[in-house]
Design a protein around this ligand. Sequence first.
Ligand SMILES: [Zn+2]
Length: 269
Amino acid sequence: MLIDFHFHAFTDKIAVRAMEKLTATCGVPAFTDGRLSSALQCFDRWGVDRGVLLPIATKPSQQRIINDWAAENDGGRVISFGTVHPDSEDLFEEMHRVKEMGLHGFKLHPEYQGFFINEPRLDPMFSELECIGLPVTVHAGLDPISPEVTYCMPEPASEMIKRHPKLRIILAHMGGNEYWQESLDHICGLDGEVYIDTAYSLYVPDELMLKMIRKHGADRVLFASDCPWQSAELMFRKIDALPLTDDEKEKIFFRNALALLGESKSTTV
Ligand SMILES: [Zn+2]
């Protein structure tokens, strides 16, 4: 089984516009047209069984609509997370609504939502997320929307995490896109339910990737592509070629995901 813990899709209505904008920002061609159906077609080609949909509310006013859409599309091969915007007036209410609707976690994106990971003003939000108990995926490291300033760097992320020891957090992109050495130093090995995902990590040198997995432990690494921006098939091949045990690979490819989603006992593989 293969679970992709990090992919993106948009409502059919905004998909084309969103992809035009994002492709121009990222400077890399996309594998999908932005629609969910297009991502599922990629999953078929790549051998991905299920994927975690990570929507992002870039404005407070969007969060309810996006979460309703995520909930509508949850099920089957799609495991939907919700999103909240830290500046929204109904932040706490919406965090609880996400849980009540049965969504499986939260996605936060510092660059697109205008916050630095270690800002004290966010402590109440992270404390509430600790109580809610759902996993929270945070974009970490460089994002092409803001090449000069990176909002979630490994060291400040580690400081925030130490203040919130019960937070079930997934730092995307091996803990910090392009800042892999910093992630190895400050994130890998950090105590708690701290995960890293492999989204958009095809460029991480194999040796460094192995070091990161070894230091952090294969039971806290989640397979992910960042579809539509990278291919899950290539990501699978990269990890499969690393000198890890079969048990470690199984954990990364799907077992950790099932455990984190609370499905490990009910699912036969
Ligand atoms: Zn992403």
